[in-house]
Every structure is written in structure tokens, then in C-alpha cells.
Design a protein around this ligand. Structure first.
Ligand code: SAM
Length: 212
């Protein structure tokens, strides 16, 4: 594992204990963005990448999918997720999403990744894995810090022992997301920008892609 990835993993292992309880407007707005998609999940096979403590896994489970494979780099985040959701339909697996995913081709109807791609330098590496895993007609949802916000210095961060810890992050332009999807033959279904109430600029960018 690269030094950078190891730093990211260790940071999330440390953050895991407080991730769900810290004040975190980004986490909370992201939860709203996913719910607002209104995905009909009944009977579907879902992959969630960068599942963290299972905040969105819980939302996905409410839709009665057939299965969820939830991948994450950090064992600390995964153990919080496993404790939160002891459900036979969900499998939490420690995996670096920049490495080939441990799944068969065309095994998923929906793939969801939220607040994780800022930690990945090459979007195309991850989109290639998602494109391979998606069934025909399947959809990919991503929701990330808006590039405007990243350019103003936003990145995942938390407090530990009174010190601010910034988790290594990469800025992605809007075109990076679009081109990563197009590069895998996916089409763009929906683009949304998510603002805090009354804010001028958006905090988050979400996109839905479809596999033809
Ligand atoms: C900000 S948290 C988001 C968690 C969850 N998706 C949410 O919306 O609350 C980012 C998560 O991405 C995971 N992550 C970062 N880089 C990763 C990688 N290369 N492979 C897998 N997971 C990764 C971290 O361990 C962490 O759990």
C-alpha cells in the first residue's frame, strides 16, 4: 500500500470512533442527497464503495435490496459499520477501491460511492471497476465535495486530541467525473449541486451514471 493510502487508512481508523457523532455538515448533507435519489432498491444487488461507518449502507438497506457488498479501506470504520448493521444481506469487506474489486463482472444493479473519491487520485481507476461490476441498465451514484468547495480548501478533516487532522485529498474537476464515466461507456443521467440552507455556493456535487 502506498504511503499516502496508509496515511488515509490510519486517519480513518482514528476518526472511526467519532465519525458518526462529530458535527459534520458534509456528512449530513450527503445523507440527504442519497435519500433524495429515491432509488427503487427492492431485490437489487448493490455495491457501496467507501462505506465508512455504514451511514448510507443503513439507508440503502431500508430499500430492501437483495444484497449489499460494502467496501472500505479502514478496518476501524468497518467495525463501526458491522456493529451498526448486523444484517445477513450486507457484507462489509476491507478493500482498497483502487485495486481490482473482489467481484464478478456484471454483478451489481446499483453502485454507490459517497465522500470517498476525494481520497483517490485517478477517478478512472475506480470508474473502470464500477463499469465492470455494473449490469446492463445498472446505475452508479457518486456524491463528493463540490470542486468549487475543494478549490477553497475543503477536504475531509477531524479533531483528535485538540489537533486538526486533514486526510490527504485530491481536487477533481466536474469534467473529471463526467469523463471518467464516459470513458467507461456510461451515460450521465443526473447532476445535482447540494447547498447548505441559504448558502450561495454548493457544498456537494452528485451524479448518476447509467450502464447502457
Ligand atoms: C468521509 S468517509 C465517507 C464514508 C461514507 N461513505 C459516508 O458518506 O459517510 C470516507 C471513507 O472512504 C474510505 N476510503 C478512503 N480511501 C479509500 C480507498 N482507497 N478504498 C476504500 N475506501 C477508502 C475511508 O476509509 C472512509 O471510510
Amino acid at each position: 500500500m502506498s504511503d499516502e493510502r496508509e496515511t488515509i487508512r490510519a486517519a480513518y481508523d482514528q476518526w472511526a470512533a467519532t465519525y458518526d457523532t462529530n458535527e459534520n455538515a458534509t456528512r449530513d448533507l450527503d445523507a440527504i442527497a442519497l435519500r433524495a435519489q429515491g432509488f427503487d432498491l427492492a431485490g437489487l444487488d448493490v455495491i457501496e464503495f467507501g462505506c465508512g461507518t455504514g451511514k448510507n449502507t443503513a439507508t440503502l438497506l431500508e430499500g430492501a435490496p437483495r444484497s449489499i457488498l460494502a467496501l472500505d479501506l479502514s478496518e476501524g470504520m468497518l467495525s463501526a459499520a458491522r456493529a451498526r448493521l448486523p444484517d445477513p444481506r450486507v457484507r462489509f469487506v476491507q478493500h482498497d477501491i483502487t485495486a481490482p474489486w473482489p467481484v464478478a463482472a456484471a454483478c451489481a444493479d446499483l453502485i454507490v460511492g459517497d465522500l470517498v473519491l476525494e481520497h483517490v487520485e485517478s477517478l478512472s481507476v475506480v470508474f473502470a471497476q464500477a463499469g465492470r461490476a455494473l449490469r446492463s441498465g445498472g446505475q452508479l451514484f457518486v456524491c463528493e465535495f463540490h470542486p468549487y468547495r475543494q478549490l477553497r480548501g475543503a477536504q475531509a478533516r477531524f479533531e483528535s486530541a485538540g489537533e486538526e487532522v486533514k486526510v490527504p485529498a485530491f481536487v477533481h474537476d466536474f469534467s473529471d467525473y463526467v469523463n471518467a464515466g464516459i470513458g467507461q461507456g456510461l451515460s450521465v443521467v443526473r447532476v445535482q449541486e447540494w447547498r447548505d440552507e441559504g448558502a450561495l455556493g454548493p457544498r456537494l456535487l452528485s451524479m448518476v451514471f447509467a450502464q447502457p
